[in-house]
Design a protein around this ligand. Sequence first.
Ligand SMILES: [Zn+2]
Ligand SMILES: [Zn+2]
Ligand SMILES: [Zn+2]
Length: 203
Amino acid sequence: MSEEMRTFGYLCPKCGKMVMGTRSIFALEAADAEIECDCGGSVLRTEFDGRNYKIYVPCGICGETHMAVCEPERILRGATALGCAQTKQFCCFIGPEGTVEKNLRELSILAEKEKQQKDAEEETFLDNVIMYEVLSELKDIAARKDGITCACGGRGYGMEVRRSAVDLICRTCGAKLRIPAATDRDLDDLCCHMKLVIPGRQG
Ligand SMILES: [Zn+2]
Ligand SMILES: [Zn+2]
Ligand SMILES: [Zn+2]
C-alpha cells in the first residue's frame, strides 16, 4: 500500500504566487514540516505536539501569519481550509493535491482581482497639478468666514478627494457638492467663488 500523502497550499504574501507542498502522513506525525515559497519570502509551518497540530500560515490576503490549532483528523483526513482572521476568507487549503490546487487557484484569481481593484482606487489623480491647485484654493475658501456652508444651515463638512474631483459633504444633512478637479477650466471656475454652498438635501 502506498503511503498516504497530504498537500498544503497557500498564497505567498510576498510574491503572490501559489505555494504547494506535499508531505506523507508519516512525515507529518514524525516531525515538524516547512513548506516554503520559491521566492524565499514566506514559509508555512506545521508543529505536532503529540496531540494537536499547530499550523502557521502566511496569509496571502492580509499579509499576516495566522496560527490555527487543529486536531490530527482534520489535517490527516479529507480536505479542509483555514480562514484568514482578518477577512474571514480561506487562505490555506489542506487535503488531496487536486482539491487543494483547485481551491488555491480560485483564491489566487480572487486575490488578483482584489489587488487590481485596490490599485485602481489608489491610482494617482487625473492631473496632479490641477488637483493640488484645487485643494489649495478650497483651503483658501474654507478659511474665509462661512466660506463653506450648506443650504440646510449646517456648517460642518467633510471632504472626499477623488481621482478627478473633490466632494464636499455636509455633516448635518449628508448633501454633496462635487468640485471637478481635472482641467484648467475647473480651476478657473472654482477661483471665481468667494464662498461655496453645498445645495442641501432635498425633501
Ligand atoms: Zn513568494
Ligand atoms: Zn489573513
Ligand atoms: Zn446640509
